[in-house]
Design a protein around this ligand. Structure first.
Ligand code: GDP
Ligand code: MN
Length: 361
């Protein structure tokens, strides 16, 4: 789950990383009291989890004369489709240099990967592409509780030594908070010293409970519903809803959709032994996605009984066409139940997927 900048910077500060003074406001009216503590020049930052917020107009420098007006402008904005409800007002930093610092999980190397650049402030993907030599890396085994000095030296290679301390503090945030990503872009040098001028923290969804986070805000309403039923459910960009049982069969169905030039809106794995009730919830959940125009159900009856599945599909009673491929236990009964209710059951997954793709044309 992605934390907002103001949440992340609070955690950074608790771990001794210097952050500019600031506070969160929920309306332009709250600005007056904040201005008194932050000085004459401030930076107003929309609190939305959208990359490149600055370039999208979500970060504004203000002074006493225009702060109110600029704050009102931010509160009336949508950034990346998300309305701005909170604004972080921080003291203006006199930036002399911008650095990039991040720590992320390197899945292939099974370790933490530290990235550092003395060309920070810019979009990291373009930096990696255009000036790969400006980006230095260090892979550290996750059992280490500190970043060893020789790695810090290699990372900094000439950048101010006090950044080493920030690297270690960010590393302890990364470890203690079960983060997938901890990023400071830019980490800035000012006449008053180093500051994290931005803060980003992504917590591993599997660690939310341990981190005391009750609810994953990044989930859509349907994803939350799926979690409740124990379905594996993922939303995509297309228009075909997909229900399968088992990761393999579900993935194979997605591959076939791609093969026939269709595109999936989502996929849901009902898991093993799904009964009528579960299938009904699954079909309704997938159908509730407004981009779904047709649903393909591809289930293998093992412990799962095809007649139960058929009854579940009918009980769901959704408005979109449901194209079904069932094979295995009680297949005949399932076919009969579906046929008598006007549903079509196809013999192979190729046929079912092709029919679904056709239906979206
Ligand atoms: P992002 O676009 O969401 O990454 O937002 P940032 O918080 O990183 O801000 C974008 C850019 O605004 C930074 O890279 C800085 O160049 C600039 N900026 C942010 N805060 C300050 C500040 O206090 N002083 C100055 N001079 N520039 C700032
Ligand atoms: Mn930034």
């Amino acid at each position: 789950m992605k934390l907002l900048e103001h949440e992340a910077r609070k955690i950074f500060a608790e771990h001794g990383i210097p952050v500019p003074a600031g506070s969160v406001i929920r309306s332009p009216g709250e600005l007056a009291t904040v201005m008194d503590t932050l000085g004459d020049r401030i930076v107003l930052k929309a609190q939305v989890e959208v990359g490149g917020r600055g370039k999208k107009g979500g970060v504004l420098v203000a002074d006493r004369s225009n702060a109110q007006e600029l704050a009102s402008r931010l509160f009336s904005m949508e950034i990346g489709g998300i309305p701005v409800r909170e604004v972080l007002a921080v003291e203006y930093l006199d930036i002399r240099h911008e650095y990039y610092l991040s720590i992320s999980v390197d899945r292939s190397r099974k370790c933490a990967l530290i990235l550092f650049s003395d060309q920070g402030g810019v979009d990291i993907e373009s930096l990696a592409r255009d000036r790969p030599d400006a980006l230095r890396r260090a892979a550290i085994p996750v059992l280490m509780d500190r970043v060893p000095p020789f790695m810090i030296r290699d990372l900094l290679s000439g950048a101010p030594a006090e950044i080493g301390d920030v690297i270690n503090r960010l590393y302890s945030v990364f470890c203690r908070k079960d983060a997938l990503l901890a990023e400071i872009n830019p980490l800035v040098m000012t006449p008053a010293g180093l500051y994290a001028a931005d803060a980003k923290l992504v917590i591993d969804d599997n660690a939310l409970r341990r981190q005391g986070i009750a609810q994953n805000r990044d989930l859509t309403e349907r994803e939350r519903e799926a979690e409740k039923h124990g379905f594996s459910y993922v939303e995509l960009k297309g228009d075909i809803g997909v229900i399968g049982n088992g990761a393999g069969l579900t993935m194979a169905t997605l591959d076939l959709i791609q093969y026939y030039d269709g595109s999936a809106a989502n996929f849901l794995d009902v898991g093993g032994g799904a009964d009528q009730e579960r299938v009904m919830h699954a079909v309704r959940l997938v159908a509730a996605d407004p981009s779904v125009r047709v649903i393909v159900v591809n289930l293998l009856g093992g412990i799962t009984r095809c007649d139960e599945v058929a009854r579940g599909i009918i009980a769901a009673g959704v408005s979109q066409p449901v194209i079904v491929r069932l094979a295995g236990t009680n297949e005949k009964e399932g076919r009969e139940i579906l046929r008598s209710s006007g549903y079509q059951m196809l013999d192979s997954m190729e046929e079912a997927v092709r029919a679904a793709v056709e239906a979206t044309r």
